[in-house]
Design a protein around this ligand. Structure first.
Ligand code: NAD
Ligand code: DEZ
Length: 396
């Protein structure tokens, strides 16, 4: 079996090599001819697996019968076209959700320091309460941060059930405009949905961007097209009274450089780029392909993930909760590094090459749960905050 795999999929040889011959191809170069003799295709989100790619590959006699994406998002894959050619499809739901949470917490904590505010005094609106948003809601709530949630598709699906059980609607969920009115921070974790009653293309459109109260912090780690980038750039450049943290962009990798300059934190679609998250994505598709071809999947996640470079921190008395949280987060991940490298590489090689270059050469990053924290006698009161943020706390 010949398996074409995006060059940025880690551990591909270890996993897919056990199932067939692995051929590595840069994700943006995967073309019909690449698939002419491929039985399986394993991608990440930069490869557009559309009707034309599949039809042309098939017209060249491609035996393709499986496509897997080692990512959460699936908007780059035309699943209808795959089904039409009887090609099985699998994605990796939730694989890098924890990494996105780390990104959000580390970004908010960085901005709290920069703008001198206390995170626990901010109300956070979460738009899209699935694998990422749902876990974020749990983490922030456990840290004592007030949150409002918005997810109309869930309200529609689960609200009917709640109604059947006597409640008027799904508890704790609100519409987007309520979040815009009532929250200091707005975190977008929606997929890109182009059509239908809950379409998310330009979910934050010119009117909603204008309605954001001065001082609002907007973070988008869903998909770039969920925000009208032009309207956001105009608000940031004009009034300049809101703050933006942007990981995802319209027209990646050739993103709007002026918008990137105006964002307080601008990163090249790496919120989910922990090693753990990427390996979970690879491992999920490895198991799906093994199942599809009827072979055993013997490798486990433990076989793939190395020991973390920083495994344990000891905190003693003397740190405020904010300082302790920031210190622990930075021992795992600091988004300023990715912000700086995007700007540096964009200056060096132009935006599109710089953006892709940062992603292709992404440094090692582990997740919050990889770090164990020991709390000394005088630091015990930090336990709820740090455990809520997802760190493992050593037994007293
Ligand atoms: N920046 C990154 O690196 C990164 C990493 C992982 C995922 N993502 C993106 O984040 C998205 C969400 O990931 P997930 O794992 O939580 O997906 P998920 O499918 O588990 O959850 C998405 C949620 O969004 C909700 N939703 C859909 N339309 C909505 C709308 N109009 N308004 C509000 N909510 C709506 C859905 O009902 C669902 O509950 C992915 O589809 C992907 O595009 C980005
Ligand atoms: O959808 C996802 O899982 C994320 O957006 C993922 O981090 C995208 O990474 P890429 O496939 O572009 O490497």
């Amino acid at each position: 079996m010949k398996i074409v795999v995006d060059a940025n999929v880690p551990a591909a040889e270890a996993c897919f090599g056990a199932l067939g011959e692995v051929v590595r191809v840069p994700g943006r170069e995967i073309a019909p001819a690449t698939l002419a003799s491929a039985d399986a295709l394993v991608v990440r989100s930069i490869t557009r697996v559309d009707a034309a790619l599949i039809a042309e590959a098939k017209s060249m006699g491609s035996p393709l019968r499986f496509v897997g994406t080692c990512t959460i998002g699936t908007d780059h894959v035309d699943q209808h076209a795959l089904a039409g050619h009887d090609i099985a499809f699998s994605s990796a739901p939730g694989c890098n959700a924890e990494a996105v949470l780390d990104y959000v917490l580390a970004s908010l904590s960085t901005l709290a320091e920069r703008h001198d505010f206390r995170l626990v005094e901010r109300r956070v609106g979460i738009v899209g309460v699935g694998n990422v948003g749902g876990r974020l809601l749990k983490r922030l709530t456990a840290m004592g941060i007030d949150c409002l949630a918005c997810d109309p598709p869930r309200v529609e699906a689960e609200g009917l059930e709640a109604e059947r059980q006597g409640a008027r609607s799904l508890a704790g969920f609100h519409d987007l405009d309520t979040l815009i009115d009532e929250c200091d921070v707005l975190c977008l974790h929606t997929p890109l949905v182009s059509e239908g009653p809950h379409a998310t293309h330009h979910l934050l459109d010119v009117q909603r961007i204008a309605a954001l109260a001065p001082g609002t912090l907007l973070l988008n780690a869903g998909r770039g097209d969920c925000v009208d980038g032009r309207a956001l750039r105009q608000r940031l450049a004009g009034q300049g009274d809101i703050t933006a943290v942007l990981d995802v962009w319209e027209h990646e990798p050739a993103i709007d450089a002026a918008l990137a300059d105006l964002a307080a934190i601008a990163t090249p679609h790496i919120a989910g780029y922990s090693l753990d998250g990427k390996l979970r994505g690879t491992h999920h598709i490895y198991r799906a392909l093994a199942h599809h071809v009827g072979l055993p999947a013997r490798l486990t996640m433990d076989d793939l993930a190395p020991a973390p470079p920083v495994a344990r921190l000891v905190l003693e008395a003397g740190l405020s909760p904010e300082e302790a949280l920031r210190l622990c987060l930075r021992a795992v991940y600091d988004p300023r590094r990715d912000h700086d490298s995007l700007h540096r590489e964009a200056r060096r090689q132009g935006m599109a090459k710089g953006f892709d270059g940062c992603r292709a050469r992404y440094p090692l990053r582990r997740e919050v749960a990889s770090l164990e924290i020991e709390l000394g006698e005088g630091a015990r009161e930090l336990r709820p905050l740090l455990a809520g943020a997802g760190f493992r706390i050593a037994a007293d």
